[in-house]
Ligand binder design. Structure first.
Ligand code: MEV
Length: 309
């Protein structure tokens, strides 16, 4: 029996545009998925029931990709709501890969991140490596098309190449607001792709998100939270123009801004969650609750993929 856990994530800047090779910044958060895999008997089970390839696409793809032929007994335990933009699919994928690819406890992060990306790409029909790299590495991660300081690994797909970098965790207080609207990443990524492929305007918006991410990276380095917040608001507006916001996200972002440096949707959008950075987390949590959302006062974590005792 092997048990691995991997953290969820929040994207501070750059979701969707990162699929087209633009930069993005994400933080690993202190809510995790635990995955425990041992040899099964006649059939592969997940939490006691036969695996369902439709419903358990990520786990099925992990098994397919790692080429395991014998039945498995898989048990999962999640501290992350699914479809909430907090990276539950990536954390599940990465922790399951940890169980199946560990070589006597020895894990090569770059290999897990690369395989995790392939799993997400295959299940969603398109993806970037931001979620799986953050869940594997922990801390904060920046993807870019250029090698910057603290380079970790490179992930390629077709003509695209993402350089993954370690970033130290910025000193910010985060509040996540879950709208309660379950949103699947694959169809949202596809929606943006349709727009992007047909319209120069959408391509300009994606380019502009890339510029905002680079400015956001500088502001984080300077610990200039006013500027970080301003850029988050701008990033949110650009994502809304791409068509992936939702009335519930608009309501939570708008209400949170009163007590925040800035707020934006985080992850795929279409519902899911928003994120605010603030000095007054309990006030932000309160307004999120008043607008019908569920606040999570998450903290960032250094701990990426980890073998549990
Ligand atoms: C989802 O957390 C982030 C997206 O950019 C998709 C991806 O990068 O794979 C929307």
């Amino acid at each position: 029996m092997v048990v691995y856990s991997a953290p969820g994530k929040v994207i501070l800047f750059g979701e969707h545009a990162v699929v087209y090779g633009k930069p993005a910044i994400a933080l690993a958060v202190n809510r995790r998925i635990y995955c425990d895999i041992s040899e099964g008997e006649d059939i592969t089970t997940v939490n006691g029931r036969e695996i369902d390839k439709e419903k358990q696409g990520y786990l099925s793809e992990v098994i397919e990709q790692t080429g395991v032929h014998h039945p498995l007994r898989i048990n999962t335990d999640s501290e992350l709501p699914s479809g909430a933009g907090m990276g539950s699919s990536a954390a599940l994928t990465v922790s399951a890969l940890g169980c199946l690819l560990n070589d006597k406890g020895d894990i090569e992060e770059s290999k897990i991140a690369e395989e995790g990306f392939k799993v997400e790409y295959s299940v969603q029909g398109s993806a970037s490596p931001i979620d799986t790299s953050t869940s594997t590495h922990g801390s904060a991660v920046m993807l870019s098309d250029r090698k910057l300081k603290d380079f970790l690994w490179n992930i390629e797909k077709g003509e695209k190449s993402w350089k993954v970098h370690h970033r130290d965790i910025p000193e910010i207080k985060l509040v996540i607001g879950y709208t309660g609207v379950h949103a699947r990443t694959g169809p949202l990524v596809q929606k943006v792709r349709n727009f992007y492929e047909k319209s120069n305007f959408a391509q300009d918006i994606v380019d502009e998100i890339g510029e905002v991410v680079n400015l956001g990276s500088e502001a984080l380095e300077e610990n200039d939270l006013e500027r970080v917040g301003e850029l988050m608001n701008r990033n949110h507006k650009l994502l809304s123009i791409l068509g992936i916001s939702h009335p519930s996200l608009e309501a939570l972002c708008q209400a949170s801004r009163k007590y925040s440096y800035g707020a934006k949707l985080t992850g795929a959008g279409g519902g899911g969650s928003m994120i605010a950075i603030t000095d007054e987390p309990s006030k932000v949590a309160e307004v999120i609750r008043m607008r019908g959302g569920t606040p999570y006062m998450l903290e960032s974590t250094d701990e990426g993929l980890t073998q549990e005792k």
